[in-house]
Design a protein around this ligand. Structure first.
Ligand code: CP3
Length: 352
């Protein structure tokens, strides 16, 4: 069965850019645009006991999704949730500690993986889809709604390590055969597909797949655990929703961004700040919309130095399909005025 999302609108500049149009000034949103740098977010966050409670409360999650849109008028809203709701819903509970990041009881062996189950997966995540539904009905006609998931490799890495890690040594050992990696990746690829399809069915107009730790893998494992699962995800989503744009963020992939774009068939690729702009314009932009890639620390720094870097990104990338964004998530200490300054500058570009 092939379904058209009933929510697609060509009036939205962000979606037009994802479909290959060159748009000046470029559409704009920022990774982690909802979060601790916003006082209105901290206020809502203080009303709940845990971060996950916020993710699973449709009204509050929708409210914090909309906060950055109200304040800055971004072209896209990204669902407020987290990539780690997937292990949580598969039966590996996740907790978030203030200032310490997420923790999970780490997967140690095949029995631990076998215990995970897709049975209650979609029903556990029902509040997330309710949030999407609510947002799809609420957003203004020019603002697009982005759904998302973590890529299987990055989510597996947190599940195997039991949280963040300096070197992801355990996860890499599994990728080298010292753990039931194939079984885990198969489960996570299926879970990711179902999670994204449910968000699209609820009204997400584009989806982003975050592979934050793609860059720690050598060539062979990069192809096996980053490129291949992403390719499967793209194929399965397009089987049901052929026109839904898919953005991928294989952070730290370096020159492997090129083979990633060629092999996966994604419509857009989000660049981390280390990717040279001219190289991206030449080798990636003919095949996919580019999203990125201002260093979040340049945004934190602000001033002319930031604006010079913004201008260079626009100069090099706005001759083709392009969405302005950061190279990674906004840092919580970022001054509000710097974000306002960035938005104002980009809105005026092309009229200069
Ligand atoms: O505004 C948005 O971008 C939408 C919401 C969103 C969050 N996390 C909210 C969040 C998105 C898209 C994510 C993705 C995410 N989560 C990634 C991929 C992108 C990346 O940053 O590389 C990863 C690796 C995670 C896992 C995660 N979630 C970590 C490591 C942490 C702790 C670090 C931190 O910043 O505190 C989180 C917590 C988290 N996710 C917060 C927010 C707003 C902060 C928690 C809080 O408010 O108490």
């Amino acid at each position: 069965m092939s379904l058209q999302s009933p929510f697609i609108s060509t009036a939205k500049p962000f979606l037009r850019a994802l479909r290959g149009e060159t748009i000046i000034p470029p559409p704009l949103w920022l990774m982690r645009q909802a979060g601790r740098y916003l006082p209105e977010y901290r206020q809502v966050r203080a009303r709940v006991h845990s971060f996950l409670e916020l993710c699973y409360s449709p009204e509050l999650a929708a409210e914090v999704t909309l906060q950055p849109i109200r304040r800055y008028g971004f072209d896209a809203a990204i669902l407020f949730s987290d990539i780690l709701v997937v292990p949580d819903a598969l039966g590996q509970p996740v907790t978030f500690h203030e200032g310490r990041g997420p923790t999970l009881e780490r997967l140690k062996n095949k029995a631990d993986v076998t215990r995970l189950s897709l049975e209650k997966f979609i029903s556990s995540l029902a509040p997330v889809y309710k949030t999407v539904q609510f947002l799809a009905q609420t957003l203004s006609p020019t603002v697009a709604l982005i759904g998302f998931a973590g890529a299987p490799w990055t989510v597996a890495a947190y599940m195997i390590e039991g949280g963040g890690s300096k070197d992801f040594a355990h996860a890499k050992l599994w990728s080298l055969g010292q753990g039931p990696m194939e079984q885990l990746m198969e489960l996570l690829t299926e879970a990711t597909i179902r999670h994204l399809l449910a968000q699209i069915a609820a009204g997400a107009e584009a989806v982003q797949v975050f592979d934050s730790w793609a860059g720690v893998l050598p060539e062979n494992e990069f192809l096996q655990f980053v490129v291949n699962p992403t390719k499967k995800i793209v194929e399965r989503i397009h089987k049901t929703y052929p026109t839904i744009p898919i953005i991928a963020f294989p952070r730290g992939a370096g020159i492997q961004y090129k083979i990633f774009v060629k092999e996966t068939g994604v419509q857009a690729v989000s660049l981390d700040s280390s990717v040279p702009l001219m190289w991206a314009a030449k080798y990636l932009q003919p095949y996919a919309t580019i999203q990125g890639n201002l260093d979040p620390i340049a945004l934190f720094a602000g001033g002319n130095n930031m604006l010079k870097r913004v201008q260079r990104i626009i100069d090099v990338l706005s001759h083709g399909p392009f969405v302005f964004n950061l190279g990674h998530g906004i840092v919580p200490e970022t001054p509000l005025e710097h974000v306002a300054e960035l938005v104002k500058y980009i809105r005026l570009c092309g009229v200069r």
